[in-house]
Design a protein around this ligand. Structure first.
Ligand code: ADP
Ligand code: MG
Length: 381
């Protein structure tokens, strides 16, 4: 009897247990199914002279992607060198006063970008210089009228590129909150004046080397505000990811082979950006048969000529990654390594050289996989 009772209660306990197990399994299964089949939405558009794609996950993905497109288009209207009325167009076409300086009221975004750029200009020993615009234009990169200017012309134009001469008043402490910007000025498409820029005669700016990275940062902010937890942005090859993939695993993002576009390495990323600058993207061939690329050395006023094929930066912030990919390309391999060592590991890099070697920083070792038979692999400690 006792036995029976015992076995009856134990079988009831077993039944309850198996029911509990089934429920747990079922809920895992439902969670698995829902995370695998989480709704996603992909939006593509052209802005900032490039093709942009946003893929985000979750119920609010479609609405969130739409907000991203609006935000990027809003930023383009502020930062473009060619759109009349943009802050940058107004800065570049301003009329100087008697002292040969001009004062231009600009939005919080422009103020923030100029402040950040000044920081990076100093930090990179001028490798990054958004005031190179008059030089870059003379070479025809903005107009399509490519030519090799005379040494004299380059020397004259270089005199206009001392970016430290730009002054901002008042300074912004941090990037303005997105909420305040969106609420204040969405109908107008532009945001309000934040400060006054003072610049010397002839100085002209171009945020081509950081604009897309900054737009990516704002896009991530827009997605987060809209309740999205998982997303991948591709802004003309600048990759920025929010969170992990919906299944909780990191995103795997490829670095393209500069020679034929095949992936040569893959890096696992979450809440990060991966941004590449390469001489193979935009260039022209001069009458002398030489290849002139769109990344410039501010020391010489000439397109960079070195043994690098591409520089990829992995870090948290798109603006920083974008600025550094251009800067490290200008520095060349040895200076890039020294710079990384001086920066207390606040970013990582993957550099591919023309002689088919790959050089990357040690913290990437657990997240990088090589998909190409490089002649040499160097890990920088
Ligand atoms: P891409 O925008 O093609 O991905 P980059 O981010 O490297 O490439 O930016 C290159 C652009 O930045 C150029 O087209 C030019 O407008 C500008 N630029 C070129 N050299 C420099 C430099 N040394 N510092 C700042 N901006 C630069
Ligand atoms: Mg860049």
């Amino acid at each position: 009897m006792n036995l029976f009772k015992h076995s009856a209660s134990s079988s009831r306990i077993n039944n309850e247990r198996s029911l509990a197990y089934s429920l747990i399994l079922l809920s895992f299964f439902i969670f698995f199914i829902s995370s695998c089949s989480q709704k996603s939405d992909t939006t593509s558009f052209t802005a900032m002279n490039t093709y942009m794609t946003v893929k985000s996950y979750g119920k609010k993905s479609a609405a969130a992607n739409h907000l991203v497109q609006e935000e990027v288009e809003r930023l383009e209207k502020i930062l473009s060198t060619t759109i009349e009325g943009s802050d940058i167009h107004r800065i570049n076409n301003s009329v100087p006063d008697n002292n040969q300086f001009s004062k231009i009221p600009v939005s919080p975004e422009t103020t923030y970008l100029i402040e950040k750029s000044l920081e990076i200009y100093k930090m990179t020993d001028h490798a990054f210089n958004p005031a190179l615009y008059p030089v870059i234009r003379e070479w025809g990169f903005t107009t399509g009228d490519y030519k090799v200017p005379s040494d004299e012309k380059i020397r004259q134009l270089l005199e206009l590129t001392d970016f430290s001469k730009i002054k901002i008043s008042p300074k912004l402490v941090s990037t303005p909150s997105l909420d305040s910007l969106l609420k204040a000025d969405h109908e107008k498409g532009l945001s309000s004046t934040a400060s006054i820029i003072t610049k010397p005669l002839g100085m002209q700016l171009d945020f081509g080397a950081i604009g897309k990275g900054y737009a990516g940062d704002r896009a991530i902010e827009v997605l987060k505000n809209a309740g999205v937890k998982s997303a991948l942005l591709d802004f003309g090859g600048n990759i920025q990811v929010l969170g992990t993939k919906p299944d909780g695993k990191p995103w795997t993002v490829g670095i393209k082979n500069p020679w034929d576009g095949e992936p040569v390495a893959a890096v696992k990323l979450s809440d990060a950006c991966m941004i590449t600058s390469g001489g193979y993207e935009r260039f022209f061939t001069g009458e002398d048969g030489k290849k002139y690329i769109h990344i410039f050395d501010s020391a010489t006023g000439r397109p960079v000529e070195n043994d690098l094929e591409s520089v990829t930066i992995v870090c948290r912030e798109g603006l920083y990654g974008d600025a550094l990919s251009t800067s490290l390309f200008v520095m060349g391999l040895d200076k890039a390594i020294d710079f990384w060592k001086s920066r207390d590991r606040d970013f990582d890099f993957v550099i591919i050289t023309k002689d088919k070697s790959i050089v990357y920083t040690a913290p990437l070792e657990n997240s990088i996989s090589l998909l190409f038979d490089f002649d040499k692999v160097q890990v920088v400690e």
